[in-house]
Design a protein. Structure first.
Lengths: 242, 263
């Protein structure tokens, strides 16, 4: 089912780190084949939620489903996932080509790949240079290329355009829309409101580990009576606090 | 197994090309080479290298190892998000760290012997023991590094722990044993001291090596007891087994922590 739409479902997800409650009963259904933005103030639980989905963090309570199948302790479901972490660091002494070869090896020879972004990354000869000499933006391109490489049904992008110049950022955004059109589900987090307004169709607004709003982007603006996303979110925050 | 092998392959590439491992190899090589050039015969060079191997190898293994695991943290997260199991990923990471360091030690110390040493019967025992002790200490202290770096998310804590453990094994432990011996000098202490020695990998390395020479006689009555126990092939096997256990215990603990950890 690679490349096909995968709905994601969180039910009653809870996670505590010591005394800190990162997720406090999160229920979300991420619609398949759409771009969903995960937003919220710092420390709202966005990263924890993403890490739960990736299997990096084990939730204390609750269930997650991907394409209708429960995500348990196994790792096979991660074949469906493409992940773009926020601050990528690759092994210093490997070249981009080797990093990609390693991930290809890990997936097995049968994996079908999408090399479009990889070619983009390699345009200036970056593929054969050690990762440690690459600029932050070039490294972010590699990061993106890896996330899209295996035609994942679910893309998880954490601040995807951070560190990219406007041209590169535009190319990546176009790519995101194209894979969505191809049927993939995209979950992204970003602090750039303009980017979210441009890309996101659905919005999940997390505050202190709880879902404050989940639904279409347009619905949020309607509900708050504000035209801009930033103001709409601020209005929602104020209303919740009162 | 397949995942482990694949992770290992690229980790090996990465670690072998790191500057620190290169410097480590060159340092060991130059040191051994110089000892030969200053007129040492094979067995005497082994004796001169004893303290280098016992102190320097654990220090480099535990400090470089801890720093390396921390620096690989973000990439480890990316690997964990791939369809691989945590257990095999951990094995690949550990071997990818320990094998290059072991190889650097073997090459750095071993090559000068190949170049300079006269092949003689008196050399093989001590040299074999030196290399065995160095390799085992590498595996023990890289395992400790893996444990520290998976246990503590805070780099400062992990690195501090690494230095403390090295200091404890290399310096403090012997001081404590001495203190114990002076405090309880009225009692027969050979057995307790023997047991205590079995708990410290660096002491075990020292015993293994010293017993290859006649210096054990210098240790007096305790030396005699040690010689009687460690000098037999059974005793030597016990030491090797103890070192293997000292590598396995932190490694198994680290693997357990790694498998349950929230990244």
């Amino acid at each position: 089912m690679t490349g096909a739409a995968s709905a994601v479902e969180f039910r009653g997800l809870r996670k505590r780190f010591g005394r800190l409650t990162a997720l406090d009963g999160v229920d979300i259904v991420v619609a398949p084949g759409r771009i969903t933005a995960l937003v919220g103030p710092n420390g709202a639980g966005k990263s924890t939620l993403i890490k739960c989905l990736l299997g990096l963090v084990r939730p204390d309570e609750g269930v997650m489903q991907l394409g209708g199948a429960p995500i348990g302790a196994g790792w096979a479901y991660r074949r469906e996932l493409g992940y773009m972490p926020q601050a990528p660091r690759f092994p210093d002494n490997l070249t981009g080509r080797e990093v990609v070869a390693m991930l290809r090896d890990l997936r097995g020879p049968s994996a079908e790949t999408d090399d479009e972004l990889l070619e983009w990354f390699g345009e200036s000869g970056a593929l054969d240079r050690p990762v440690r000499v690459l600029s932050g933006g070039t490294r972010q391109k590699l990061n993106a290329a890896i996330a899209f490489l295996f035609r994942p049904g679910l893309l998880i992008l954490d601040e995807p355009t951070a560190g990219l110049d406007p041209v590169a950022s535009g190319i990546l955004k176009d790519k995101i829309r194209r894979v969505r059109d191809g049927g993939a589900t995209v979950v992204l987090s970003s602090h750039l409101m303009a980017e979210l307004e441009e890309l996101a169709e659905d919005l999940v607004f997390l505050v202190e580990g709880r879902v404050r709003y989940a639904g279409p982007l347009a619905g949020l603006k309607e509900r708050t009576g504000e035209a801009g996303l930033e103001r709409a979110m601020a209005a929602l925050l104020r209303r919740g606090g009162a | 197994m397949r995942t482990t092998r694949r992770v290992l392959k690229y980790e090996l590439h990465n670690v072998i090309r790191s500057r620190a491992v290169l410097i480590y190899t060159v340092f060991l090589f130059l040191l051994t080479d110089v000892l030969f050039r200053f007129g040492g015969e094979g067995p005497r060079v082994v004796l001169s290298l004893l303290n280098v191997v016992l102190l320097f190898v654990p220090l480099v293994s535990v400090v470089f190892g801890t720093m390396y695991v921390y620096s690989a943290r973000e990439f480890t997260e990316l690997l964990l998000a791939q369809p691989v199991g945590r257990r095999s990923l951990f094995a690949g990471l550990y071997l990818g760290l320990a094998l290059p360091l072991a190889g650097a030690f073997l090459a750095g110390v071993g090559l000068p012997f190949v170049i300079h040493a006269r092949p003689e019967a008196a050399l093989w025992g001590p040299l074999g023991m030196l290399l065995t002790a160095g390799l085992l200490l590498t595996f023990v202290f890289t395992a400790v590094a893996m444990l520290l770096a998976t246990l503590f998310d805070d780099r400062a804590k992990g690195l501090g722990g690494a230095i403390l453990i090295w200091l404890g094994c290399a310096v403090l432990y012997d001081g404590l044993i001495l203190l114990l011996i002076t405090m309880f000098r009225e009692y027969p202490l050979e057995r307790p001291v023997l047991v205590l020695t079995l708990l410290n990998p660096i002491d075990l390395g020292r015993v293994l090596l010293l017993l290859q020479f006649d210096t054990a006689a210098l240790m007096g009555y305790t030396g005699a007891v040690f010689e009687r126990f460690f000098g037999t092939s059974g005793g030597r096997m016990t030491v090797l087994a103890a070192l293997a256990i000292q590598a396995a215990v932190p490694l198994l603990l680290a693997s357990r922590v790694f498998r349950r950890k929230d990244f």
